[in-house]
Design a protein around this ligand. Structure first.
Ligand SMILES: [Zn+2]
Length: 173
């Protein structure tokens, strides 16, 4: 497999319409990405939960507890507070996006290196997420690729910003 290629597909028959095939694959990729984000968010919510984690797991797997069921302190949320202070896992709020953090992304878009026809494409670029398009346009080599990866900014916030940026096409940006 050539370097940088994440997935390969075997072509069983020539597609009738290559644009249709590209759209189908794009939608499949997008759907998987949205599901992956949701799954990661579920794990974060689970770890940060203050309610009984055993009960959360039971609900998740569709198990109905008996009327007299009790976690009895077997999960970290229900365990009595330890005598020694333990680090508390809390859900951290995302770092606000500053102009300074946003500038490399904006510059990459303004220069034309990153197309502004797809907000998710720009957001992926900013977070250093690979996609077929990122690979084919060799954007992983761009100095701003992944510039927000360790910023602590939330993907959804950045995606919204990218949507605004795409909406401002041919205007003053
Ligand atoms: Zn519990």
């Amino acid at each position: 497999m050539p370097q940088g290629v994440l997935q390969c597909f075997k072509l069983k028959a020539l597609p009738g319409d290559i644009n249709h095939l590209a759209q189908v694959e794009y939608n499949r990729f997008l759907e998987r990405e949205i599901k992956d984000h949701a799954r990661i968010q579920q794990v974060v919510d689970f770890v940060a939960a203050k309610t009984c984690r055993s009960r959360i797991l039971m609900d998740h797997f569709g198990e109905v507890p008996k009327a007299d069921w009790s976690c009895a302190g077997t999960c970290p949320s229900c365990r009595p507070a330890p005598k020694v202070a333990q680090p508390v896992v809390t859900r951290k709020d995302a770092t606000p996006l500053t102009d300074e953090l946003w500038k490399p992304v904006l510059d990459a878009v303004k220069s034309g290196a990153v197309g502004r026809d797809d907000p998710r494409h720009i957001a992926r670029f900013a977070f250093g997420m690979r996609s077929p398009r990122i690979s084919s346009e060799k954007l992983a080599r761009h100095p701003a690729f992944g510039c927000l990866a360790k910023s602590g900014c939330g993907f959804r916030e950045i995606l919204k910003k990218c949507e605004e940026l795409c909406g401002r096409l041919d205007k003053d940006v």
